[in-house]
Design a protein around this ligand. Structure first.
Ligand code: IPM
Ligand code: MG
Length: 350
């Protein structure tokens, strides 16, 4: 029996999470998996109503769950970054979710904005470090609001943090057993501190003689994503660069409507979410595409060791897209959020 925490959050979050849970219910009953859900209230609306944000105790209390399923956060009425930092980022830091796993998979050729790229050309995974870098919040302001103001955001990398994510990425390349290739993406030519990544990568690589290694600078990587996405198998990169390149990666798959992610600490409670945000302009209209949130359910099942159930969800999504019964991934695809969830449910039962 899995104990799951559910965070619907803001905007379209509750709508897409509702569909994800519908799919989870179905695939769980097909595979005789039992689970219990607890819905958690924190969101921008909750803050506006009660003045409450998540505390460190609230975050630590999440350790009682096996996994966390998260919708989206962000509300135009809130100061920028307040809920994002207090929830998403504090969960990543407070639960030490050091892996941000972001698969970039093209399910059907017609969804890809690149000319002549096929599903076999776009099938890789970005392993984004998730607890360090400029996200650590080191820095601050001096003489704020004056003409002499100084603002500092420092990129922090620790040997331990860099080594564990590189090791996870090598293990991922081995487990995928596809091209067995790992690419380190950094900017070591301009940022001397990232030499730590280069040295650690070279050292850990010696333990994985079966994995081919490669390095690319992040600016060039954006070019290769568009020109030769078929070169990639597994990418390991820093927190900030991983954030940026995975939005581009999502577009290669057809858009944010399909891109899912896992915030993982192997063996401990981990959090699964669509990469997209709360899309306030679509909130409450039942038009947002829930496939990214449904894909996050598949990733959560795989994390829990329910690989067959996870693969069934992914296959149902693939079949619906390839057959164009779900014609596109945007809010204007002609199907409602509910209808898409129902179609995945029906496809699982079929
Ligand atoms: C993501 C998001 C977050 C990030 C924001 C909401 C803080 O863009 O998960 O990619 O920058 O990590
Ligand atoms: Mg992002």
């Amino acid at each position: 029996m899995y104990n799951l925490a559910i965070f619907p959050g803001d905007g379209i979050g509750p709508e897409v999470v509702r569909e994800g849970l519908k799919v989870l219910d179905t695939v769980a009953s097909i595979n005789s998996i039992t689970f219990k859900t607890t819905s958690l209230p924190w969101s921008s609306q909750y803050y506006l109503d009660t003045g409450k944000l998540m505390t460190e105790d609230d975050i630590q209390s999440l350790r009682q769950y096996d996994a966390i399923y998260f919708g989206a956060l962000g509300d135009p009425r809130m100061p920028p970054g307040l809920v994002e930092r207090s929830m998403i980022l504090n969960m990543r830091f407070g639960l030490d979710l050091y892996v941000n796993l972001r698969p970039i998979v093209l399910y059907s050729e017609h969804l890809c904005p690149l000319k002549d790229k096929k599903p076999e050309d776009i099938d890789f995974v970005v392993v984004r470090e998730n607890t360090e870098d400029a996200y650590a919040g080191m820095g601050g302001f001096f003489k704020k609001g004056t003409p002499d103001e100084v603002a500092i955001s420092e990129m922090i990398f620790t040997r331990k943090g860099v080594e564990r994510i590189i090791r996870y990425a090598f293990d991922t390349a081995r487990a995928r057993n596809k091209k067995r290739k790992l690419t380190l993406v950094d900017k070591a030519n301009a940022l001397p501190a990232q030499d730590l990544w280069r040295r650690t990568f070279a050292e850990v690589a010696k333990e994985y003689p079966d994995i081919t290694t490669d390095m690319a600078f992040v600016d060039a990587t954006t070019m290769w994503f568009v020109k030769n996405p078929e070169w990639f198998d597994v990418i390991v990169t820093t927190n900030l660069f991983g954030d940026i390149i995975t939005d581009l990666g999502a577009m290669l798959q057809g858009g944010l409507g399909i891109a899912a992610s896992g915030n993982i600490h192997p063996g401990q409670v981990s959090m699964f979410e669509p990469i997209h945000g709360s899309a306030p302009k679509y909130a409450g209209q039942n038009v947002a595409n829930p496939l990214a949130a449904i894909g996050a359910v598949a990733m959560m099942l795989e994390f829990l060791g329910e690989n067959q159930a996870g693969a069934q969800v992914t296959e149902a999504i693939r079949r619906l897209l390839v057959s164009r019964r779900i014609p596109s991934l945007d809010a204007a695809c002609g199907l409602t959020t509910t209808e898409i969830g129902d179609m995945v449910v029906a496809e699982l039962r079929a």
